[in-house]
Ligand binder design. Structure first.
Ligand SMILES: Cc1cc2nc3c(=O)[nH]c(=O)nc-3n(C[C@H](O)[C@H](O)[C@H](O)COP(=O)(O)OP(=O)(O)OC[C@H]3O[C@@H](n4cnc5c(N)ncnc54)[C@H](O)[C@@H]3O)c2cc1C
Length: 382
């Protein structure tokens, strides 16, 4: 209905599968434009607060969530990352001051994913919309992508058939919607695993910097979660014994490990079925882009739907997705290299390069998420 009026467009029914960051953002961005989307999730509720999961919120996401008022609340809760350091065992190789990032927001803030999700849920509640938890989208195959039909399964086993005008699959890496479209998820799995652990300390710790320590081979990253919680992430299984804790550990709040995959679906839409977030692309956490890219997908998709231009979604998003996959792939290779010669060259040249303004600016530009097109509906300078 690309030629419909604004009022006709808003009366279209929208079903969003998945109430993670991407689905919640899609719902919020549609709701604030007058749509009444339905959002369902097969989980019990938002991500548990003790599992920090996707931690980095970049400047582009803060731009995107400004109109809904969520940015202000994120800034009140998050830890600004003012310095980004890379060190070897003995010395600081690079120290980038992220305040040099142009624009009104710092390049990146740290906030546990569960907090971000709760802020989105609260903003959505203002529009009278709440996710329907413990409700799964079930679909073997979507026969008619222009008027998609799926089943919703509730915890009591009851089923409901739904035929929305628009179906958004924001149902994560194992997306049922993507599978029901018969779309592949091509890409590769790296050999490398990432191991992570969050520690709560007995006293507040310095949360103003993020740091990567190169162990050669391997790395350990340190990122702030909250005033007394730090995340350590590593390519080394035994990294726990190598951490130099800044304070006495009160408790280890969360551990996880995952294998790195680089995959994306193309196209990201068929008919009136759209894929956003991890349902459409997954990559390494290097660069903290995953959740941010999904939020970006959701914002663009909601804007396009409101404009009646949603058929442009895939063509608009694919270049951004490819750009981020390429960048995170490069960063991941840099921190997972094993060849001693390559490691020596990296440790010599990367710090030299980062002393130069252009290389530092480009790094900050990418960390801030400014390397994808600026949202056209936001008219102020970032
Ligand atoms: C344990 C864990 C640790 C992680 N750690 C990190 C990290 O350290 N750094 C990082 O950058 N990223 C991390 N991630 C990835 C990050 O969480 C995702 O990139 C981000 O959440 C993507 O958001 P999304 O909304 O696209 O998908 P998700 O957050 O995966 O949300 C998808 C939602 O869809 C729901 N769902 C799934 N199937 C169905 C269905 N059939 N019907 C209805 N609902 C459905 C799920 O319950 C889920 O709530 C981690 C993820 C997990 C699970």
């Amino acid at each position: 209905m690309a030629d419909g009026t604004g009022g006709e467009r808003k009366s279209r029914s929208v079903l969003i599968a998945g109430a993670g960051p991407a689905g919640l953002t899609a719902a919020l961005e549609l709701a604030r434009r007058g749509f009444v989307p339905r959002i369902v999730d097969d989980g019990q509720g938002p991500a548990p607060l003790e599992e920090s999961r996707a931690l980095g919120i970049n400047a582009r996401t803060l731009t995107l969530l400004s109109p809904s008022g969520v940015t202000e609340r994120i800034l009140a809760a998050a830890q600004p990352i003012v310095h980004f350091r890379v060190r070897s065992a003995t010395r600081v190789l690079a120290d980038v001051d992220t305040r040099q990032t142009p624009g009104r927001f710092g390049a990146v803030h740290g906030l546990a994913q569960g907090v971000t999700e709760r802020l989105l849920i609260e903003a959505l509640a203002v529009h009278g919309i709440a996710p329907e938890w413990q409700t799964s989208v079930v679909a073997e195959a979507i026969a008619d992508v222009d008027k998609p039909e799926v089943m919703l399964r509730r915890p009591d086993g009851s089923m409901e058939a739904v035929r929305p005008d628009i179906l958004i699959g924001a149902d994560g890496a194992h997306s049922a919607v993507r599978k029901a479209l018969g779309a592949g998820f091509p890409g590769e799995a790296l050999e490398a695993y990432f191991y992570l652990a969050d520690f709560r300390y007995a006293k507040p710790v310095d949360t103003h910097f993020a740091e990567i320590t190169l162990c050669d081979p391997g790395m350990i990253g340190r990122l702030p979660v909250s005033t007394d919680v730090l995340r350590y992430i590593s390519t080394l299984e035994d990294f726990g014994s190598r951490i130099v804790h800044p304070e006495a550990v009160a408790e280890k709040t969360w551990v996880s490990q995952f294998r790195i995959n680089f995959r994306h679906v193309e196209p990201m839409a068929r008919g009136n079925v759209f894929l956003a977030g991890d349902a459409a692309h997954i990559h390494s956490p290097a660069g903290a882009r995953g959740m941010n890219l999904g939020i970006e997908d959701a914002c663009w998709l909601a804007w396009l739907i409101a404009e009646g231009r949603e058929q442009e979604y895939s063509a608009l998003r694919i270049p951004a997705v490819k750009q981020v996959l390429k960048q995170t792939y490069g960063l991941t290779r840099l921190v997972t290299m094993k060849n001693p010669l390559a490691i020596a060259a990296r440790n010599l040249f990367a710090p030299l390069l980062l002393r130069f303004g252009p290389a530092r600016r480009e790094l900050l530009h990418n960390i801030a998420g400014y390397d994808t097109p600026k949202p056209s509906w936001i008219d102020w300078a970032e």
